[in-house]
Design a protein around this ligand. Structure first.
Ligand SMILES: [Zn+2]
Length: 208
């Protein structure tokens, strides 16, 4: 046995192979020298020379994995891919009416005016409230209704859009104020007075 360890042409993996071929069974193992044990450890700790990712297929993957492992190639398995995986059914996209925490814009069909608003609820729910106010001609509580009553313009409900969303109430109010001040022709009666003068100066500078 000692000849194997003294022969320089053998690499550590070759020695390991020879050890595993020659040393089998508990009787032989009992006679292992400290040098052999050290060599065994070095064989075990030898870094992998390669890495392969193969799909798992019962009865096929295991033999391939064993062969690759015997050549010191580490193997990782991944689930076998089916057409169902590739063409996974996409989730239905969320419509703008279903979105919440929105800062939104509702434009006029007949001029550049637009209304900027914000809501925590679903945008569709808030949109219906605006539509009802316009339908009933409630000028007092609705800038949109006031606009249609004064001009006979119609509102572009279908062209309404979500500008952005924010779940924090105070941030939403400030974003709404920012967009009211950024808008070319806002219908809003006021911006809530939430933006400091320095910000308003910036918004107007940006708008020019
Ligand atoms: Zn208009």
């Amino acid at each position: 046995m000692a000849a194997y360890f003294l022969t320089p042409i053998y690499t550590s993996s070759k020695i390991g192979q020879l050890i595993s071929e020659r040393i089998k069974g508990p009787l032989v193992a009992a006679f292992r020298s400290p040098l052999m044990k050290t060599l065994d450890r070095s064989v075990e700790m030898e870094p992998a020379t390669g890495f392969a990712v193969i799909p798992y297929k019962q009865g096929v993957t295991e033999p391939i994995k064993r062969i690759l492992n015997s050549h010191n190639v580490k193997v990782a398995q991944k689930p076998f891919q089916t057409l169902g995986h590739i063409f996974a059914k996409p989730k239905d996209p969320v419509t703008k009416e279903q979105r919440t925490d929105a800062i939104y814009s509702i434009p006029c069909n007949d001029c550049d005016n637009e209304y900027i608003g914000q809501t925590k609820r679903q945008f569709g729910t808030r949109l219906k409230e605006h539509q009802k106010a316009v339908f009933l001609g409630k000028k007092e509580n609705s800038a949109l209704s006031e606009h249609t009553c004064l001009t006979n313009h119609t509102i572009g409900w279908d062209n309404s859009k979500i500008i952005t969303t924010n779940r924090r109430y105070h941030q939403r109010l400030r974003l709404e104020a920012w967009h009211i001040n950024s808008a070319h022709a806002p219908l809003n009666r006021d911006d809530g007075g939430l933006l400091p003068d320095a910000y308003l100066h910036l918004v107007r500078k940006k708008g020019r």
